[in-house]
Write a protein that binds this ligand. Sequence first.
Ligand SMILES: Nc1ncnc2c1ncn2[C@@H]1O[C@H](COP(=O)(O)OP(=O)(O)OP(=O)(O)O)[C@@H](O)[C@H]1O
Length: 229
Amino acid sequence: MSAPIIEIHDVSKRYDAGRPALAGLSLEVSAGEALAVLGPSGSGKSTLLNLVAGLDKPSEGGVTVDGVRVDALSEAALARYRRERIGMVFQFFNLLDDLTVEDNVLLPAQLAGMPRGKARARTAELLEHLGIARHARAFPGRLSGGERQRVAVARALMNRPPLLLADEPTGALDTSSAADVRELLVDLNRSGQTILLVTHDTALAASCATRTIELVDGRIARDVRAVAK
Ligand SMILES: Nc1ncnc2c1ncn2[C@@H]1O[C@H](COP(=O)(O)OP(=O)(O)OP(=O)(O)O)[C@@H](O)[C@H]1O
């Protein structure tokens, strides 16, 4: 088994005086895993994803990703962490509608200061690899949901993050687009990409995940590794 890329140690998260959103949760995720986080509404899935993404901090405990102690980073270091170590994909794609597909994908490289020629070459490579090269000059509004999610994945992978985080990536898609995105995530994981996926889509978890955890009341109630496919 590879070294852990995510190490969550005894993490609790309280937003208010009520029941904690996460309650003493510990989890290690190895490089190369595709981990699906399932669980009922309010069980803490998005909270867990947000802590790993450095979008929020735990009330107690530590979150380490790719050797970086995320919960201890300054704002400037967090911005860099999010640019370099993680890529994020969201339910509603979060693409900029007034930029072309290729300019959306280029954006993280520009923010990271990648030289222009290198960034253009990386964009072309990603668009080709993800099967959307023919849409490079199109605007996202002209694409199907599945194609838009492919663009969002390309953008997330621009800076070669060791970890891809996905929050309900099929949640806004029709059946055929959802199947398309499932296939894409399976291919990415097979080529070595570590993925952490929050979803209600059990078909996505079943087809894509090499491991599934189920959260109940902020704790891991089930942790199952898939039989190798
Ligand atoms: N910013 C916040 N302020 C206060 N409470 C919050 C906040 N975010 C989440 N919570 C609470 O924390 C608990 C866990 O929420 P979380 O969004 O992590 O659950 P979830 O499993 O992702 O739910 P869903 O499947 O509905 O998206 C819930 O009780 C929720 O109301």
